[in-house]
Design a protein around this ligand. Structure first.
Ligand SMILES: [Zn+2]
Length: 154
């Protein structure tokens, strides 16, 4: 399978297309290396087909010969390392449905300390959003992107 790659924050990421993901769900191997946790990730990857901003890519995890998942927000033509979640506003207790935070450690796993710092700085250029239900700023979770559509709850 000829999967496109990009280099982001000094790391090579494999970027399967929708069609390639559908093949990988059936046979989760790239060059005989296993894609760990693909069953667990499947519904999230399927959700990503609905939003161009939401992307799941893979990086080789060399010592174990496996692939590790990264979730990336595509915004202003750049990829930002995030965790996609369904943030709950601490002011009004309503949810943002799908939201993106750059504040979780998993996004930076396997990066060098320097690349990690640069990647975080790139994410923090984006402002922490306000809740669209009540207009207050999120404080518990730095949130740089959110949808207000009910069609796909995480
Ligand atoms: Zn709120």
């Amino acid at each position: 399978m000829d999967i496109k790659t990009i280099t982001l924050d000094g790391q090579v990421l494999f970027c399967p297309t929708k069609k390639q993901w559908e093949q990988l769900f059936k046979n989760p191997y790239i060059e005989s290396k296993e894609i760990a946790l693909i069953d667990f990730m499947k519904s999230r990857i399927e959700m990503s087909f609905l939003y161009p901003e939401v992307n799941y890519f893979l990086a080789e995890y060399t010592p174990k010969n496996k692939f590790h998942f990264y979730s990336l927000l595509k915004i202003n033509n750049e990829f930002i390392r995030v965790h996609f979640e369904n943030v709950i506003c601490e002011n009004c207790n309503k949810r943002a449905y799908i939201s993106a935070t750059p504040s979780t450690k998993d996004s930076y796993i396997l990066l060098s300390p320097e690349e990690k710092t640069k990647a975080k700085e790139k994410a923090l250029k984006y402002p922490n959003l306000i809740c669209k239900h009540c207009g207050e700023q999120y404080h518990r979770r730095y949130t740089i992107w959110q949808t207000y559509e009910l069609k796909n709850l995480l």
